[in-house]
Structures are given as C-alpha cells and as structure tokens.
Design a protein around this ligand. Sequence first.
Ligand SMILES: CC(C)(COP(=O)(O)OP(=O)(O)OC[C@H]1O[C@@H](n2cnc3c(N)ncnc32)[C@H](O)[C@@H]1OP(=O)(O)O)[C@@H](O)C(=O)NCCC(=O)NCCS
Length: 181
Amino acid sequence: MNPFERIANRYKNLPEVDLTQGHSIAYSRSTTRRNMELIDANSQGNVHGGVIMRMVDEAAAVVAIKHCHRPYVVTARVERFDFLAPAFIGDVVTVHCELHYAGRTSMDVGVEVTAEDLITREVRKIASSNVIYVALDENRKPTPIPPLEPADDEERAIIERASIRRQHTQKLEQLLKENPS
Ligand SMILES: CC(C)(COP(=O)(O)OP(=O)(O)OC[C@H]1O[C@@H](n2cnc3c(N)ncnc32)[C@H](O)[C@@H]1OP(=O)(O)O)[C@@H](O)C(=O)NCCC(=O)NCCS
C-alpha cells in the first residue's frame, strides 16, 4: 500500500464522537520542543519568524485534534502573533498550547513560546499567539465538537476571557463589514 492509500484508508470509518462528553483544558494541553539548527536561522543566527510560526501551527493543531477527536482540522485564522524576543541557533524552542475556547465547530488555541539556552538555563518568552481551527467531517465540512468544560476556577477564568475576546472580535468584524472603507 502506498503512503497516500494508507492515509486515505486510515480514517475511512471514523469512530463516533460523543458530543455530550466535554473535555477540560488540561485534557488536550500540549507542549512540543525542538533544538534550533543552522537551517532554522538567518546569517546572524536569529531564528526565522516563519520557523516559529510553523512550529506553532503544528503544535496547536495537536490540541485541536485531541479535543475534537477528529483527524481533519484546518487552520481558519491566526488571530494574533506577537514576536516578543529573538531566538538563536542552539536555543531549545518550546511551544506551549492549550484550548481556550470551543465554539460549535471551531477551537481557539492559546499559544506561548519560549526559548531556552540549555547551558545558562535562561528561559525567555519569545512569542505568543491565538490560532483558530475548525473541525471537519469526512466530507470536509465543519462538524460539531465536544464542549470545553472547565476543570477548576482557573480554567473557568481562561475560558471566560477567551469568550469575551471572541465577542469583541465579532463585534469589530461586524462594524467593519457595515462600514467598509
Ligand atoms: C475554515 C473553513 C472550514 C470555514 O468554512 P465555512 O464554510 O466558512 O464555515 P462556517 O461559516 O460554517 O463556520 C464554521 C466555524 O468556523 C468559524 N470560522 C470560519 N471562518 C473563520 C475565520 N476566518 N476565522 C475564525 N473563525 C472562522 C466560524 O465562526 C464557525 O465557528 P463556530 O462553528 O464555532 O461558531 C473554510 O473557510 C476553509 O476551509 N478555509 C481554508 C482552511 C485552510 O485551508 N487552512 C490552511 C491549511 S490547514
């Protein structure tokens, strides 16, 4: 079987997803890390922003897939991407991701990125972002996902903040739509 057939066959019969069974933030939280090498950086040794963005997209998708139990999720939006400090060749870049909000079919993943110098043990926060994914069914159409259920007060506060931010964004988008320049 060639690799494309294997991919196509792997999820031919998707298991049913119990949409009444919510998951906490902790359930899908994920961390990935990688040592920065020559190929990741420019001639000054600074890691390219695009390398960090790719790591973020891959790591945040893991959270979305784990929460919705669907193999198909697509990136719908990178809502914000702040580069706060540079990373260099030899740093270990770590991407911490957790689900902050789940809509009917969409998932808002909050991301923090750090760079660590393994010799001095200095850890710097280098980027943060919010990436929105949409779960798709077998026909590549948006499909409902399980709810995000807070496990404790800390998670409840995170979800509440994300929900307020989403409402603000939607209002702003509506305003811009009604008043095109
Ligand atoms: C994302 C996509 C599936 C949305 O399809 P659609 O038919 O517009 O879907 P709907 O209007 O039914 O919206 C579905 C959900 O996505 C959200 N959504 C759609 N577009 C969005 C965007 N640009 N930003 C944020 N959320 C978005 C909606 O708010 C809705 O959320 P909810 O169900 O939680 O309320 C479609 O636009 C798409 O396939 N885009 C390309 C994705 C892609 O190729 N990504 C890069 C590689 S992975």
